[in-house]
Each structure stands twice: as C-alpha cells, then as structure tokens.
Ligand binder design. Structure first.
Ligand SMILES: Cc1cc2nc3c(=O)[nH]c(=O)nc-3n(C[C@H](O)[C@H](O)[C@H](O)COP(=O)(O)OP(=O)(O)OC[C@H]3O[C@@H](n4cnc5c(N)ncnc54)[C@H](O)[C@@H]3O)c2cc1C
Length: 377
C-alpha cells in the first residue's frame, strides 16, 4: 500500500480486520509532520459505509459533528439567502476533522513513515517492484497506489496527468473563533457559510475546537499571482509574493472589494494563506488492467473538492480490501474492484465537474440553484 491518506488507511484497516498484515508506505515523516487539513463530511452510503466495514462506525459517531452539516448562504451584501440547520439526529453527512479521522483509522496499523515511493515497475519476475527515494527497493504480489493527486504509482498503469480546472483556492484559518471573534462565529454558525459572487466565492467551515477554515475561491489562470492587474483586474497591482501573508491578505481583500464587511472579516482574521490550484484527472479515467498494480482515491480519479473525494477514496479502500481478503484469485478480485470503482467514480467526476462550473460561475444564482437541488429540505 502506497499512501496513508483516507484511501490507503481504510484499505489497510479493513484488511487488518480480515486478519491480514498490510504495510503502508507513507512519504510524510510522521503523522503530525504537516497540518492535516480541514473538516470532511462523511456520507452515509460512502465514507460511513467504509467505516462500518472497518468496524469503526460507532467510534466515528462519537467523534463526528452532525450539527456541522448546517449550511448558510449569504449574498455579497451579507443578506441571508438560505439557512439550513441539521436535525440533531441527522446522520446523512456529519463532519469530522481530518486529523481525527486519520487517528481513528491508524489504530493498530503498521505504517512506515518517511518512505517516499519514486516508481513502481509491474511484471518483474518476483512481482511488482517498488523503488523508494532512499534507494531501497522491494517486490510485492500487489501494489496499491493510494498516493493522491500527484501519484507516482499511476505511471505504472496510465499515462494520464492532472490538468488545471481554471479555479484556484486560497485557504486560510481562524483560530478560537468563539472567544476571539464572536461576530464571525455567529456568521458561520455550527457548520458552513458560503457567499457567491461573479466568478468568485468565499466559503468558511467550522472544524472542532473553534477552528475555522476559509476558502477564497476564484477563476484565474494558473500563474495569476505573477500579474494581478493582468489576470485579476486589480488595477496597479503587479506580482504577488505568495509567501507574504499581509500581501496575500490585501490582494484578496481587493479581489473581494465591495463585499459586506462581516464577510471580509473571514479574510481579515485569517492567520496564514495556503495556495491550492484545483486540478482534475480526465472524467471517467480508466486504464488497461495491469496485474500486480492498481490505484485508489485521488490517484485514480482526482476531481473537484465538492465533498466526495475522501468518501469515494474510503469506500474504494474498503471494497478493494474485501475483494482481495478472501481465498479467491487475487488478480480477479482486483479486476472486479476496478470495474466497480470506474463506474461509480466516473458518475461522480461528471457531477463534481458540473458542480464546480456552477459554484464558481459568472452567474452567482447558479450556486444557489445547485444548493436547492442537492440540500435535503
Ligand atoms: C480544500 C479541499 C476540501 C475537501 N473537502 C472534502 C470533503 O469535505 N469531503 C470529501 O469527501 N473530500 C474532500 N476533499 C477531497 C479529499 O481531500 C480527497 O479526495 C482525499 O483526501 C483523497 O484521499 P486519498 O487517500 O486518495 O489521497 P490523499 O488524501 O491525497 O492521500 C495520499 C497520501 O499519499 C501520500 N503520498 C503521496 N505521494 C507519495 C509517495 N510518492 N510515496 C508515499 N506516500 C505518498 C501523501 O503524503 C498522503 O498521505 C477536499 C479536498 C480539498 C483540496
């Protein structure tokens, strides 16, 4: 198993439950070597089903936040357009912090931290050969690439590479929101708040412990920061140094100029800024089956972050583990799994691609219409 994200850890955990030993090779030097990222909503028929297969559903329910499903939509003047609250027993998509989910899945697993895979060569005499950055190499009957968007395993089965969607996120965080910024805490509520404008949006999501993640989303070319006047229409602004926190803040405030002051406080109180250009793999990405190597999660079907990537990754991890855990033919199990994954992921890739077009759109009413179509009433 290459990669200790939601896909890889769920695969390993379900195999472990079936009595198999599996080694996870993870590039990060330690579980806490980088911030784990924001909150994830786990759907009943996807991520939660995977946790059930891993025997972890009850522990998840004890940690997760059903109230985090709440969603408020404002217009750019700050007027509330929608205010959806989850019932206390609503278990459709409760939220969990990524770090909590990782720790839940890690449990007793054997993860080899700091093992950076550089290449996988299928079909050698002893199986699939895995090469590591430190010069070591090992062979396995089956190598599962769950190594995310920029997978190194993917090249063993496919020549596909991610392409830029035209949408960029700049992510920031607000800490201790309830005590330090009570007005913002009220604006965000128990879950998320989203504000949609022309080709741009601001979305804030509450995590546990009063931590909030804010995503400034906008359409721009990949090199937008090299010339803000040319690419974003910010008069008199040239190159932006993405490492300069105050320069990024004031550029974003200029980009969202005219939006209601309480909404812009999401940017004013942000502590640091992380630049994420959104990439996707081709919709319905498949490959000729290669014995001894397969892919899961973002490595197989990177799609826009519209709340399903981790869910699919986890369900695939659980399903592949179940397919190969029994006494049947290993390769047949992998083939059957791949067919199932491709069909489901292809459907979601189309839905999320269309969703991104509507959420960061020239017509902000499209985002509201999408919300009305998908939100339970
Ligand atoms: C801003 C944002 C918000 C999101 N919100 C949601 C959400 O609410 N719900 C949802 O379902 N999805 C969400 N997603 C999508 C979700 O994060 C991904 O789909 C999910 O993390 C994919 O899991 P994965 O295990 O396939 O890959 P990853 O989570 O990327 O994990 C890959 C792992 O492999 C390791 N790795 C990489 N390269 C190597 C290597 N060469 N050798 C060894 N290890 C390696 C990495 O360090 C990492 O630990 C969001 C994404 C973004 C960007």
């Amino acid at each position: 198993m290459v990669g200790g994200g939601p896909a890889g850890l769920t695969f390993a955990r379900v195999l472990h439950r079936h009595g198999h030993r599996v080694t996870v090779f993870e590039r990060d030097p330690a579980p806490d070597s980088r911030p784990p990222g924001g909150t994830l909503d786990l759907h009943q028929r996807l991520g939660q089903l995977a946790l059930d297969k891993a025997g972890l559903l009850e522990e998840f329910q004890a940690l997760s936040r059903p109230e985090g499903q709440a969603m408020r939509i404002l217009d750019t003047d700050g007027a509330v357009l929608r205010d959806w609250q989850a019932r206390p027993d609503e278990q459709a998509n409760p939220e969990i912090d990524r770090g909590q989910l990782r720790d839940l899945l890690l449990g007793p697993l054997d993860v080899q931290w700091g093992r950076d895979v550089t290449e996988v060569v299928p079909g050698t005499q002893d199986g699939a050969l895995v090469r590591f950055a430190d010069g070591r190499q090992e062979t396995f009957d089956l190598v599962v690439g769950a190594d995310g968007a920029w997978s190194r395993v993917r090249a063993a089965v496919s020549s596909a590479t991610p392409r830029y969607t035209g949408v960029t996120y700049v992510e920031t965080s607000v800490d201790d929101v309830d005590t330090r910024h009570p007005d913002l805490a009220r604006l965000i509520g128990d879950g998320s708040v989203a504000v949609y404008g022309v080709n741009r949006a601001l979305v804030a999501q509450r995590n546990s412990g009063g931590h909030v993640k804010v995503y400034a989303q906008f359409r721009a070319p990949l090199d937008w920061h090299t010339n803000l006047e040319l690419h974003l229409g910010l008069t008199g602004c040239g190159r932006l140094d993405l490492a300069d926190v105050e320069a990024v803040r004031s550029s974003l405030l200029a980009l969202f100029d005219g939006w209601a002051a309480p909404v812009l406080d999401l940017l004013r109180h942000g502590t640091s800024f992380v630049h994420r250009s959104l990439y996707v793999l081709p919709v319905s990405h498949t490959w000729e089956h290669v014995p001894g190597v397969t892919l899961l999660g973002d490595a197989a079907h990177l799609m826009p972050p519209l709340g399903v990537g981790a869910n699919l990754a986890m369900l695939e991890g659980a399903e592949l583990a179940e397919s190969v855990a029994g006494p049947g033919d290993l390769d047949e199990g992998v083939r059957a799994f791949e067919e199932q994954m491709w069909a489901r992921a292809g459907r979601w890739a189309k839905i999320t691609a269309a969703g991104l077009e509507r959420l960061v759109s020239p017509d902000p009413s499209e985002a509201l219409a999408l919300f009305d179509e998908v939100q339970p009433s």
